[in-house]
Every structure is written in structure tokens, then in C-alpha cells.
Design a protein around this ligand. Structure first.
Ligand code: FE2
Length: 391
């Protein structure tokens, strides 16, 4: 989908793509299709993704195209695709979703080569099939798709677009906007989705890890427990599952018992249940990306001042591609493991509720998720949680 999709060589560096044998996979997944949001005002949210995050409007569905229920804006940046949807009809079922959850991610759609094979597997393993496999056709060809349920009210639409050449899906028309990026803006601020994190209820993380293993043939990538990501006040448990080629990575968090309320508990309360906590966006130049985002007023979690001075942390960081001062001035975090290092930074929540947010990540060999940063990061999150009166 789209000419901007990074090459496999680029994806190896950006998101840790690996080779694998799809023929032996009972539920082969090629990669991300789209992250579908339900929001209170898609018109404005789409504009924000365009003006602040450098995404480009490529397709649209709404009353003008015969869809009287809602507006959907299809936004792209490199290989990443977000679809932002908001109700037009006050009786739309989207209204109830938004009333309950606020702005958030309703669907993590995945590209698969064989929708029916995946749904057969999912059914045999006891998954909930929300939409049976079916064809949708227009002048650009045919898309076959289905949908299965995952945590909370979140779903995975499974999409085979191998016989389709349209801008997104049947029912959408190609659309660009009149937005003019600044003359010196980078061509794009991120190239791909790296991972999408789900928050689930206390005690249910292993259930969802097992769901991705049993139903979708995902494998465990890494495990963070206990002290790794505990602070004095709150803690969480996290495990990561990935599809065969590691293009799709799902860290799954559950709250752990701390002295005070976990940030995951805060999310679960305000999202009214499990859902997508953050989306990590892969960039080849996180410094330029952060500078561009800050200029548009995007806010990031403050990094504790001590972070860059801590001798233990400093020693572990070792040599990275830029001076530490360039990271410190932007609040960019560094983590290192046996495979290399990564640079990352977390945005403050995107929405009015303290729920979903973005991460920016630049990988240099490391296939981790910033485990070494979790403690420093959570202390920063907790300061903000405290300021909201929710700690
Ligand atoms: Fe992350």
C-alpha cells in the first residue's frame, strides 16, 4: 500500500525486520495495515496529525462520498497509516464508543496474505470472530477482510489487499488537503510503526500473551517484570509478542502492585478498560523529528535532570551517534543491550483523558523497548500523574 513504504533493508534498521518462513506459519501476518482511531472530532484530529506530526491526507470517506454515518481521514507517513474516524450521525454506533473510551485506537488492522486461513485458525483456537471474511469491491479491485476481537473493545481487522490498487479501501476516495508544510520541514517525521502497546487488567497479561501465541502464532520477544520497571510508588509488568518477521510487535502491560496507583491503573480507569496505551513511531533521525515536533507545540515527558549525569547510566550508554548534550537538550533517552542501542522519547497524552500517547524511536541494532529507561521514565510519568491528582 503506497509508494512510500520503506524497503526491507530500511525496515531491518528501523524496526528490526527479520526473515522467516511464512509457509510454516498457521496465521501469517505481513505487517501493519492501519491503526484506526475513533475520536470526538476527526476533522481536527486529522489536521493535528498533518500539521504537528507531518502526516499526509491520502484518502477520505464521509457524507460527500455517500457515507452519512461518519467521517474517516486516511493519513500516511512513510509506511505508517492512521485512519481517523468520527461520528457525523448522532445515532452512529461510534458515539457510544467515544462516550465510553474517549479518543483512542479501536482497531489495529494487519495485512495478511490469506484472510480465510487466519480466521479458520482463530476460530479453531477459540477467538471471537467479529466480522466474517468477505470481499469489498470497487473500480480499484477487491479487498478481502475479516475482524477478530482482542483486548477490551479493540479489534484486529485482517486485510488482504493483494488484489486492490485504490488509495485505501472501497468506499474511500483519494483526497489531499490544502495544508502547506513549512518550507524547511523534513519530508516526513517518521517512516513506520515500530510497536503498539496494549494495557490490560491486573492478572490478565499472560492470558493475552497466550492469545497472541495460540491464536496468531506470535512469539515472545522479551520480558520485563518486577524491579525492572518498578518505582517506589507504582509498577507494571510487561511482555512483548511479535509476528514471524518481527514487523508487528505488541508489548502488553498489566498493573503491578505498588505503594500507590500504577500508571496502568490510571489508563484503565480513564479508558474504561483495556486498550492501546502507546504507538511507537520509527524515525531515522529522532533529533530532527523532535525539533520539528517541538516547533509545532508537541509536548514530551520531561526527562529527570539526573538522567544524563547518572554515572551508571552514562557508562551503559557508551558511544552513540551524537553527543550526549544533543540528547540532553531535547530530553531524548538512550538504551543499550547486547545488539546495539536505541534512542527514544515519549510524548504526553494526545487526548484530554490521560490515555493514548506516541513514542518516537530510532534504533541502532537494539531490538529492545527501552527497558533500562523504564524506571527513569516512570518517575517522570508519576510526577505528571501526581500533578493530575491521580497518584
Ligand atoms: Fe514503547
Amino acid at each position: 500500500m503506497g509508494v512510500d513504504e520503506p524497503t526491507d533493508a530500511t525496515l531491518r534498521q528501523l524496526v528490526g525486520l527479520v526473515d522467516y518462513d511464512a509457509a510454516a506459519d498457521p496465521f501469517p501476518v505481513l505487517g501493519w495495515d492501519a491503526v484506526v482511531w475513533i475520536v470526538g472530532n476527526a476533522t481536527l484530529f486529522a489536521h493535528y496529525l498533518e500539521s504537528a506530526f507531518g502526516m499526509r491526507l491520502v484518502a477520505y470517506s464521509g457524507p460527500e462520498t455517500g457515507n452519512r454515518d461518519h467521517k474517516s481521514f486516511v493519513m500516511r507517513s512513510g509506511g505508517a497509516c492512521f485512519v481517523v474516524t468520527g461520528a457525523v450521525d448522532p445515532d452512529s454506533p461510534l458515539v457510544a464508543h467515544h462516550d465510553r473510551h474517549g479518543d483512542g485506537v479501536a482497531d489495529i488492522a494487519l495485512q495478511v496474505p490469506d484472510v480465510d486461513k487466519c480466521v479458520d485458525r482463530a476460530r479453531a483456537q477459540g477467538a471471537t470472530i467479529l466480522v466474517e471474511p468477505h470481499d469489498s469491491t470497487d473500480d480499484f479491485g477487491t479487498v478481502r477482510s475479516a475482524a477478530i476481537a482482542t483486548y477490551g473493545d479493540t479489534r484486529h481487522t485482517l486485510v488482504d489487499r493483494s488484489r486492490y490498487a485504490g488509495p485505501y479501501l472501497p468506499g474511500f476516495v483519494a483526497r489531499t488537503s490544502g495544508y502547506q508544510p513549512r518550507a524547511d520541514a523534513p519530508p516526513r517525521l517518521f517512516q513506520a510503526i515500530d510497536h503498539v502497546v496494549g494495557n490490560v487488567e491486573l492478572g490478565r497479561m499472560d492470558e493475552w500473551v497466550e492469545f497472541y501465541r495460540r491464536v496468531m502464532g506470535f512469539t515472545n520477544l522479551a520480558e520485563f517484570v518486577g524491579d525492572d520497571i518498578a518505582t517506589e510508588y507504582s509498577a507494571l509488568m510487561s511482555k512483548v509478542v511479535a509476528n514471524g518477521n518481527h514487523r508487528v510487535k505488541f508489548p502488553l502491560n498489566e498493573p503491578a502492585l505498588g505503594r500507590k496507583r500504577s500508571q496502568i491503573d490510571e489508563y484503565l480507569e480513564f479508558y474504561r478498560g483495556p486498550g492501546v496505551q502507546h504507538i511507537a513511531l520509527a524515525t531515522g533521525d529522532i533529533l530532527a523529528t523532535v525539533d520539528a515536533l517541538r516547533r509545532e507545540g508537541v509536548e514530551f515527558l520531561a526527562t529527570p535532570a539526573a538522567y544524563y549525569d547518572d554515572p551508571e547510566l552514562r557508562a551503559r550508554i557508551g558511544r552513540v551517534r551524537v553527543p550526549i548534550e544533543d540528547l540532553r537538550s531535547r530530553g531524548i533517552l538512550v538504551d543499550r543491550d547486547e545488539d546495539g542501542y536505541l534512542l527514544q522519547i515519549f510524548c504526553r497524552p494526545l487526548t484530554d483523558r490521560p490515555t493514548v500517547f506516541f513514542e518516537l524511536i530510532e534504533r541502532h541494532g537494539s531490538l529492545g523497548f527501552g527497558k533500562g529507561n523504564f524506571k527513569a521514565l516512570f518517575q517522570a510519568i508519576e510526577r505528571e500523574q501526581d500533578a493530575r491528582g491521580n497518584l
